[in-house]
Write a new protein. Structure first.
Length: 411
């Protein structure tokens, strides 16, 4: 969908009535609907409500792929919400370019965001033509393998220390009646697993050649062929998952019905909600235990232009609240993500979160694919991976050729 051509009347003249802005209700749309996510959202709502305003929850079930088109349709159709979640990156780029999103530069300057938000790439993703259009709320990384300690004990094998050991343990898990790899049926999950294999097995150089440099030759080359072979092994171990949502797959690990899941660090929120302890009930392997690099994607809130003065003022308050140190700690401890500030106290962090923080402290943070390639190119990739993981008649060689074609024309 190209939205630069929509009528600019919605953004051309925002006339604010005279008078003093007062506290008000503000609808906030997002796609955080799992148990752990809902607990984290409640922390944002509580902090915003404490300002005298009222968080009106606009949760949309079905993940970002379902929610984003609804959000975009409302904004372009003249029915904007007060604030809306998008991932860090280019998902809201055209909305900004169409003049439909609010400039937060003054709020960011007042809050010294450029000094406190780390890494700088998070705020860079909010910046278009020198102006800041979003408030980052967390750092999420995809490169994690979550393991059920009980499942491996039942199968009579040691809890794996890396991806290769996990693959080797697959037959023992199957023999014990345990699903080796849990994978939900939505396209973004297969796509995220694949990108995790690219970085964690292929390394930083291959990842950046393919996604940053858009090197079609590298995408078609022998190093990527190894990644597609690993993806083929993964889809065999994922056969039989028979769940749709990511948190359903996580629950399979929590209950010991599956040995492991490749999923972002938001899975931590589900383990925490279930009362499980990192290192005791479950294990986490950043970089799949092979390559300790994490991508710093995550979530940010954008604010559509509104004509109501009170709601416009409330938008500023919400942006400030999201970045506030206390809100950052409360939200991210529940969400399983890392804070966007480098100056917050995370003594309460669990073992897995501390592993993530240590990796970032080493400087082993890379830009996520959401930030490196456009939403259109990402969608093509998702469609390919959904087909690949669902249809074993599509060979690794055939899939790699199609992947290289996507990278060759990626923007």
């Amino acid at each position: 969908m190209r939205i630069r051509s929509i009528l600019t009347a919605l953004a051309a003249s925002v006339i604010l009535p005279a008078g003093i802005a007062a506290a008000t209700d503000l609808e906030v749309t997002h796609w955080w609907t799992s148990g752990g996510e809902a607990a984290a959202v409640a922390e944002l709502a509580k902090a915003f409500d404490a300002t005298g305003n009222k968080w009106v929850d606009g949760a949309i079930a079905g993940s970002g792929g379902t929610a984003r088109p609804i959000m975009i349709s409302r904004i372009t159709g003249g029915d904007p919400m007060g604030a809306t979640q998008f991932n860090h990156g280019r998902q809201a780029e055209e909305l900004v370019q169409a003049g439909l999103m609010r400039d937060l530069t003054d709020v960011a300057t007042k809050g010294n965001w450029k000094d406190v938000i780390k890494p700088a790439s998070l705020l860079d993703s909010c910046t278009i033509d020198g102006k800041i259009y979003c408030a980052p709320v967390n750092i999420h990384s995809w490169q994690w393998l979550w393991l059920s300690n009980a499942a491996f004990k039942k199968a009579g094998v040691e809890v794996p220390k890396n991806w290769n050991e996990f693959i080797a343990a697959g037959p023992a898990l199957q023999k014990a009646g345990i699903q080796p790899l849990a994978l939900g049926g939505q396209a973004w999950q297969a796509n995220g697993l694949f990108d995790t294999l690219v970085l964690s097995l292929g390394g930083k150089d291959l990842y950046e050649k393919v996604y940053k440099d858009k090197d079609a030759e590298a995408a078609a080359g022998p190093e990527m062929a190894k990644i597609f072979a690993a993806a083929d092994a993964a889809r065999k171990l994922a056969r039989g998952s028979n769940v749709q949502d990511w948190n359903q797959a996580t629950n399979m690990v929590i209950t010991g019905k599956a040995g492991g899941q490749v999923m972002g660090d938001w899975a931590q929120g589900e383990f925490q909600l279930a009362g499980q302890k990192a290192g005791t009930d479950y294990s986490c392997l950043p970089g799949l235990g092979l390559n300790e690099y994490l991508t710093t994607g995550g979530d940010a809130f954008y604010f559509p232009l509104l004509k109501d003065e009170a709601k416009s003022k409330a938008q500023e308050v919400l942006a400030e609240t999201i970045v506030d140190p206390k809100t950052q700690v409360a939200f991210n401890l529940k969400k399983g993500s890392l804070p966007i500030r480098g100056d917050v106290d995370l003594n309460a962090a669990n073992d897995c979160m501390k592993k993530g923080l240590a990796i970032l402290a080493k400087g082993n943070a890379l830009t996520s694919t959401d930030q490196l390639i456009s939403a259109d190119s990402q969608k093509q990739k998702e469609d390919l991976m959904a087909e690949f993981f669902a249809n074993e008649s599509l060979t690794a060689e055939q899939a790699q050729k199609r992947f290289a074609d996507i990278i060759s024309s990626a923007d």
